[in-house]
Write a protein that binds this ligand. Sequence first.
Ligand SMILES: Nc1ncnc2c1ncn2[C@@H]1O[C@H](COP(=O)(O)OP(=O)(O)OP(=O)(O)O)[C@@H](O)[C@H]1O
Ligand SMILES: [Mg+2]
Length: 251
Amino acid sequence: MITLDAVTKTYSAEVSIGPVSAEIARGGITALVGPNGAGKSTVLTMIGRLLGADEGTIEVGGHDIATTRSRTLATVLSILRQENHFVTRLTVRQLVGFGRFPHSRGRLTAEDERHIDAAIDFLDLADLQDRYLDQLSGGQRQRAYVAMVLAQDTEYVLLDEPLNNLDMQHAVQMMRQLRRAADELGRTVVVVLHDVNFAAHYADRILAMQDGQVVEHGAPREIMTDEVLTRVFHTEVQVVEGPHGPLAVYY
Ligand SMILES: Nc1ncnc2c1ncn2[C@@H]1O[C@H](COP(=O)(O)OP(=O)(O)OP(=O)(O)O)[C@@H](O)[C@H]1O
Ligand SMILES: [Mg+2]
């Protein structure tokens, strides 16, 4: 479980996130949704300790992230940021290998190589594994970063907009793989998504943020209503019953 207790981050006199209190259940997929600037990335990067909270406490799997050693934390959680992905003269396979660093400390063992192979297969990157990152399309690169995060083999996986740049086929594939990671590998996945239809279809729970606050947290059916979506996204949304569940329609 991930527990946030009265967590705040103040960027400036005008912009402050929180206090956020929430419990994100262990296992399954929790989708973090909300308008631009709502505070999704701020909350996710605080959970991943890439950004320090000003107040409050965050626990991940029973570890208080403020006091847990980095080496321990890196075996508990992995995180993909929304931006600042480094693009250097690295191959896909080398990048994915970085995900093993907390385990291997730089010397890859046979087990590390197995995890790298599995992550590469999981993201359908076998044919691209020897390509340099700067020789990939945006969507291919995005998949390589997700493979790196999965190779870290942590129980908690935090992903900020992993569907960025992905076409329909690869967006669906990515969500199915995250579903498999949750169902078959027992991972707890927290994922920031902009497409509420993807969130409703693939996630077990949806946590909606608005203006720095968590305003809704529940099963997809509870969030997928005209009233909730229209209020959260400040735009008129109609929810219709699709062939596989509720669908948000907005033009
Ligand atoms: N480093 C920073 N310095 C100052 N303000 C920041 C910084 N990072 C984010 N903010 C502000 O904090 C608020 C929340 O930003 P955040 O990136 O968490 O939103 P988000 O929900 O992830 O949005 P998006 O959907 O656009 O990614 C915004 O108003 C943003 O301008
Ligand atoms: Mg963001």
